[in-house]
Ligand binder design. Structure first.
Ligand SMILES: Cc1cc2nc3c(=O)[nH]c(=O)nc-3n(C[C@H](O)[C@H](O)[C@H](O)COP(=O)(O)OP(=O)(O)OC[C@H]3O[C@@H](n4cnc5c(N)ncnc54)[C@H](O)[C@@H]3O)c2cc1C
Length: 317
């Protein structure tokens, strides 16, 4: 689809700042000529899919942007099936290419390449759909209080469809609130409180190069000592050392923006590094002097991760 054919963009606002990030990005790419519609469903998650479907039918957008939250990851493919259209999941960028085509950038083949995704048949009412993790786009527009952290200059004109208000009015029949709802299957008690990587100013991130569970626990202890948060890569998570899913950084994990991020034994795959684009300073420790992680780092150390962690634990009382 040509970017010039995009007249209307629909964004789902689930109450997460990602909606403002999507709006800022869309506005930066498509400008003031495009119409922006936001479906606000903060309290009405259970009917968000139904309302999105109805809104796509009524508004006929050419593009739908959804935050890749747990809810967004359910809604986007379901909408894709309903409208028989393409979904670009976990985009790390949205742009217009040299031929004027709408292009979604997605890490592929284990993060070794960035793939360009096109949805050629998208059109009004049969929109291209894309999901983006919270934090991938840093700049955002605060949807209800004007601008926030944006240098875009002028305000986009945004129409808000407030599903929460509709529900409060009772205009959505009571019985329908359960339609399309997500069922809670099971609540699993957490083993321990996850360090909050979203708000941490210092993140120590462990990769597969940590080598074993013992070193992972040393990394956690070091993060505690430094009032920071421990995070992990997919490979470290899959190794089963006790890292938790919600501390994984990357396209299928979380995007973070600490002042300092230190990666221990991390190769630097794009699936991971796109989640640290907002970090102030990036430090990498790796035994391989040619590790890809060094390319995006402000400081690099060609050392054994465990030895560095041991030395820091010794030094910091
Ligand atoms: C669809 C998809 C989504 C994905 N999403 C994510 C995601 O959200 N987050 C994510 O992290 N990954 C994700 N991945 C996986 C990602 O592509 C990489 O495979 C993963 O990030 C690699 O993790 P790693 O760097 O810890 O391990 P590896 O790639 O195995 O790298 C280990 C590194 O440790 C170094 N090393 C070895 N021994 C030592 C030592 N003693 N001291 C210091 N360094 C050492 C090695 O030189 C190497 O560079 C995804 C993949 C796919 C296909």
């Amino acid at each position: 689809m040509k970017a010039e054919d995009i007249n209307k963009i629909l964004i789902l606002d689930q109450g997460d700042p990602v909606a403002g990030q999507l709006l800022a990005k869309a506005y930066a790419v498509f400008g003031a000529e495009t119409e922006y519609v936001v479906l606000k469903a903060h309290k009405t998650h259970n009917i968000a899919l139904r309302m999105m479907e109805q809104t796509v039918r009524e508004e006929n957008p050419e593009l739908v942007l959804i935050g890749a939250t747990a809810l967004g990851e359910e809604i986007a493919p379901a909408l894709g099936v309903r409208f028989r259209t393409g979904v670009a999941a976990h985009c790390v960028d949205i742009k217009v290419n040299d031929e004027g085509r709408l292009t979604f950038l997605i890490p592929a083949f284990g993060g070794r390449v960035i793939g360009e995704i096109f949805v050629p048949d998208a059109k009004a009412g049969h929109p291209a759909i894309a999901t983006v993790k919270p934090g991938i786009f840093q700049q955002r527009i605060s949807l209800y209080d004007g601008f926030d952290r944006t240098d875009i200059g002028s305000a986009p004109s945004v129409r808000i469809i407030d599903v929460d208000a509709l529900a409060a009015d009772g205009s959505i029949p009571e019985g329908s609130k359960t339609q399309g709802a997500f069922r809670l299957a099971e609540i699993t008690p957490r083993q321990r409180a996850a360090s909050d990587i979203a708000s941490a100013e210092l993140i120590l991130c462990g990769g597969y190069g940590l080598g074993n569970e013992e070193t992972w626990h040393k990394l956690e202890a070091l993060a505690d000592k430094l009032n920071g948060a421990a995070a992990c890569t997919r490979a470290a998570l899959d190794a089963g050392w006790g890292c938790m899913e919600d501390t994984m950084i990357g396209t299928s994990g979380r995007a973070v923006s600490p002042e300092i991020y230190v990666g221990f034994g991390i190769s630097g795959a794009a699936h991971h590094t796109c989640g640290i684009a907002g970090a102030g300073r990036i430090i990498s420790i790796n035994t391989d002097k040619d590790a890809e992680a060094f390319a995006a780092s402000d400081y690099k150390g060609v050392f054994d991760a465990e030895q560095v962690i041991d030395a820091l634990l010794d030094q910091i009382k």
